[in-house]
Design a protein around this ligand. Sequence first.
Ligand code: SAM
Ligand code: DTB
Ligand code: SF4
Length: 335
Amino acid sequence: MNAVTTTPTDAHDDAATPRHDWTREEVLALFNLPFNDLMFQAQTVHRATFDPNQVQRSSLVNIKSGACPEDCKYCSQSVRSKSKLKVEPLMPIEEVRAAAQKAKDAGASRLCMGAAWRKLKDRDLETMVGMIKAVHETGLQSCMTLGMLTAEQAAALREAGLDYYNHNVDTSREYYGEVITTRTYDDRLETLAAVRQAGIKVCSGGIIGMGESRDDRAGMIQTLATLPTHPDSVPINMLVPVEGTALADTGTPLGIDAIEFVRTIAVARITMPRSVVRLSAGRHAMDEATQALAFLAGANSMFYGEDLLTTKNSAVGRDNALMDKLGISGVDSRL
Ligand code: SAM
Ligand code: DTB
Ligand code: SF4
């Protein structure tokens, strides 16, 4: 459970107590609410647990870029993608330390290290441990996303002090096969179980705007909200359509309307009341009003810094200006 920053009132207690038995129909019924009712419910749930004017900020660094054997159709780092991308070997630990220091100086509280791997190989474990230590020496929290993990590898990362592990379910079980064929939905759930059992905080969410239906968005949220423990952190990515990726090139109608995006955030907030919900990829393409509505819907984290993994993020100056306008401050250790 995440730290409670305000004492829930009796009226809020029920809504803020996590449930793990959400049905698809219940999740869809939330999506189908009149927008103002949905937003009111989301904001009520949000305030029962969190300070509504605080946002956690994580920065990203790509520690191993490109040539990934998986076939995720959204990803420029897949070997199957025709995106013009520099393939890079594993980043030296000192570069990770410099990235962490830069992120810290800009105001982030966590560094998320991503690798274009199908799974972690044991031979790279020692370097991962060195990276985790380097990040902690700057005072930042650590997060890694390295593909599939075994229980033993998860335990070793925990032993090294890793705070969070990101591994997304990406979409609904039904739509999953349209997007990825080289690993199964259950493979993903197994890695999440290994991370959870090792005692590492779980970061898991997905991507919207990949041509999926509202029912699929409800399915993705239902998967996350019925895990034995809700993910501590739930990244909601808006697809960044990268030229050369299968999704961007095959003519699938992509993208999502801003109101539907905000609805998705609100439903994640209501169904996972104690989880931190992160505005993730795609924020650079969102106007200020959409982001403000997303914060109102219960988002309380964002990727912060000029770059995501292979694409641009919303600029730091723009984000600082928006936070000022909304009276939102950055928070570090509690979220
Ligand atoms: N290779 C590891 C894996 O996939 O498990 C970790 C890195 S991978 C890039 C992490 C997540 O980034 C993916 O699961 C996906 O949700 C998200 N992502 C990747 N490319 C994206 C894109 N073009 N738009 C939005 N989200 C994206
Ligand atoms: C997550 O859910 N989103 C981040 C992080 N976890 C690793 C990645 C976003 C990638 C966006 C596309 C890119 O830059 O390649
Ligand atoms: Fe590889 Fe991760 Fe990209 Fe999939 S999302 S192709 S696993 S880097």
